[in-house]
Ligand binder design. Structure first.
Ligand SMILES: *[C@@H]1O[C@H](CO)[C@@H](O)[C@H](O)[C@H]1NC(C)=O
Ligand SMILES: *[C@@H]1O[C@H](CO)[C@@H](O)[C@H](O)[C@H]1NC(C)=O
Ligand SMILES: *[C@@H]1O[C@H](CO)[C@@H](O)[C@H](O)[C@H]1NC(C)=O
Ligand SMILES: *[C@@H]1O[C@H](CO)[C@@H](O)[C@H](O)[C@H]1NC(C)=O
Ligand SMILES: *[C@@H]1O[C@H](CO)[C@@H](O)[C@H](O)[C@H]1NC(C)=O
Ligand SMILES: *[C@@H]1O[C@H](CO)[C@@H](O)[C@H](O)[C@H]1NC(C)=O
Length: 503
């Protein structure tokens, strides 16, 4: 009797010890989901119809969650809009929303489903996490009623938020994040919180922070989670529409991980007609696994191992002074004429790359960009330019950029430089790109022919150079240093906090 109790005690002690044991590495999963959309309607559907549609999407998430858990994943991220879809108005999304309580309530919806009123979506997600013993990250909608004594309370009497939730491996709600930087049309559907929320939680495999899609372009909360809260890994549900050459999902999200020195788990919605594809598991030293598919309408599960504390890893190089090299070298002179061209509504200054090797400098305002390179062969049928942009971007959001970019033109006509192009044939044997950046937030991008990343094929030196000594495995579409100057976004960009966001 006594010895049995002792064994039991020891067994429980070991088990609970194992559970809290710190892990140096963990396995992450992200699921790119082809979301099943509700039919666009003018009037809200019934709560039953809303749950039925969301259950169809959760059926697919369930398959992915089970497979991820079977393959040893500790956490899985699913996409923004992955459960209710898109094509809503403020009114028609309402039946899809649930009241999501504060995680401080220590709520396990799976075992206590009715504690805060009807919550079938939270209940099911919690059970998926608990039954498969895996952290589940999902994007759902939160509603919070408000009173007319709150001057910001919308006239329909409640706030509604685009919300990420995290359930731990026992099914407990451990994080709730309300999206702060709503994308254009979303402001007619959702409210944003009065202050940005900095949502973090600890696990045996590191400290996590969370934000959503368009948030990645702004300082709050994204940068603060890394610089102040020192998270190890960012969880990032997104419904990202790719924009070439600088803002495709895999390219920009992997660059953010590298520029900020964090792990980044990005799960995109899959819809090729909306250019939505590109999910990945990115470490500061480069992508660990990613998925990009414009050929099919299928979902896809990505799984990879990561360091729990990437900044402690011996291969992590630490702080970069992004202007150190560029501000000390002489301007390279060339005979080529500068000219201007547009990249995603921004007017760049370009200079053509004409030789099989060389050194070029191009400047705009305070930014000078230097490129040294060698190509195997300077082809007659392809044209590349070096470009600089130092200015305020104002279309689909307002944000100040400093960008140095080597980019392939769509054709050999100079007027096509900066237009989207997906294939190339020019192989670079080496390159080095740097710029006189006035910011410490620079995201290094290398995108190859066919929309591929270049893991391990380039590196960032502490003096701010993006270098590839032995070239890349495929021809180059673009090599870019994408800088953000948050303090110049301008007073007109700061979102008014007391204006109801429904139209
Ligand atoms: C949308 O409408 C079509 C045609 O009425 C119907 O077949 C389909 O099931 C509907 N889809 C959903 C998600 O309700
Ligand atoms: C607003 O009114 C509600 C209901 O009467 C009350 O519970 C709440 O405390 C009030 N809030 C403020 C800020 O006065
Ligand atoms: C993709 O999204 C669009 C709306 O943006 C929709 O019309 C289309 O049906 C979606 N495709 C699929 C396969 O669901
Ligand atoms: C970066 O390097 C430049 C050039 O050496 C130097 O002037 C500048 O102070 C450095 N910046 C930081 C933040 O260390
Ligand atoms: C480019 O610059 C480097 C370093 O200043 C120099 O060694 C090299 O000869 C230059 N190459 C060309 C083709 O001018
Ligand atoms: C380049 O494209 C522009 C705009 O389409 C056109 O006007 C021009 O004639 C083209 N130049 C050549 C050399 O084809």
């Amino acid at each position: 009797m006594i010895s049995f109790q002792l064994y039991l005690y020891v067994a429980i002690f070991i088990l609970s010890g194992l559970r809290t044991l710190a892990l140096d590495k963990f396995t992450a999963a992200v699921y790119e989901h082809p979301v099943i959309l509700a039919n666009a309607t003018l009037e809200p559907v019934s709560p039953e119809d809303a749950v039925a549609l969301m259950n169809k999407n959760m059926d697919a998430l369930e398959v992915a969650i089970k497979r991820a858990a079977e393959q040893g994943s500790h956490i899985i991220v699913t996409p923004e809009d992955g459960i209710y879809g898109f094509r809503f108005t403020r009114k028609t999304i309402y039946p899809y929303l649930e009241d999501i309580p504060d995680p401080e309530e220590n709520w396990i919806p799976c075992t206590d489903p009715d504690r805060f009123g009807p919550a079938p979506v939270q209940g099911r997600l919690s059970c998926l996490a608990r039954k498969n013993s895996i952290y589940v990250v999902a994007n759902i909608g939160d509603k919070k009623s408000c009173h007319s004594n709150d001057s910001a309370c919308p006239s329909d009497g409640h706030y509604q938020y685009n919300t990420n939730v995290v359930f731990d491996s026992e099914g407990k709600l451990v994080a709730r994040y309300h999206k702060f930087n709503l994308f254009t049309f979303e402001t007619t559907i959702f409210d944003y919180p009065k202050e940005p929320e900095f949502v973090t939680f600890n696990t045996p495999f590191g400290k996590f922070g969370i934000f959503t899609c368009f948030d990645i372009l702004f300082h709050d909360p994204a940068v603060v989670l890394v610089s102040k809260f020192q998270v190890d890994t960012i969880l990032f549900p997104t419904a990202w529409m790719n924009v070439l050459p600088h803002l495709t999902a895999i390219e920009f999200h992997s660059a953010w991980a590298m520029g900020m020195g964090v792990n980044f788990l990005s799960a995109n919605t899959h819809n090729t007609s909306s250019d939505m594809t590109g999910s990945g598991i990115y470490a500061p030293t480069g992508p660990r696994a990613y998925h990009y598919d414009m050929e099919t309408e299928n979902g896809h599960l990505v799984i990879a191992e990561l360091n729990s504390h990437p900044r402690l890893s011996p291969t992590y190089s630490g702080a970069v002074n992004w202007s150190a090299y560029a501000s000390t070298v002489e301007r390279f002179l060339s005979e080529e004429q500068d000219f201007t061209g547009m990249i995603f509504y921004d007017e760049f200054t370009f200079t053509e790359i004409t030789k099989h090797e060389g050194n070029y400098t191009i400047c705009q305002r305070d930014l000078c960009c230097h490129l040294s390179y060698r190509v195997a062969e300077k082809r007659e049928d392809e044209m590349y330019v070096l470009g600089a942009f130092d200015g305020l971007h104002v279309v689909e959001g307002q944000y100040y950029l400093q960008i140095c970019t080597l980019v392939k033109c769509r054709s050999t006509n100079l007027t096509t430089c900066g237009e989207p192009v997906t294939t190339a044939q020019t192989t670079f044997e080496s390159f080095s790109l740097s710029g006189t950046f006035g910011t410490s937030y620079v995201f290094p991008e290398v995108l190859l022919s066919g929309i591929h990343l270049a893991p391990g094929e380039f590196q960032i030196l502490s003096d701010g150079r993006l270098v590839s000594e032995n070239g890349t495995s495929k021809p180059v579409l673009t090599v870019t240093l994408f800088g953000r100057v948050y303090e110049k976004d301008g007073s007109t960009t700061s979102i008014p906090t007391n204006v109801p966001q429904h139209l």
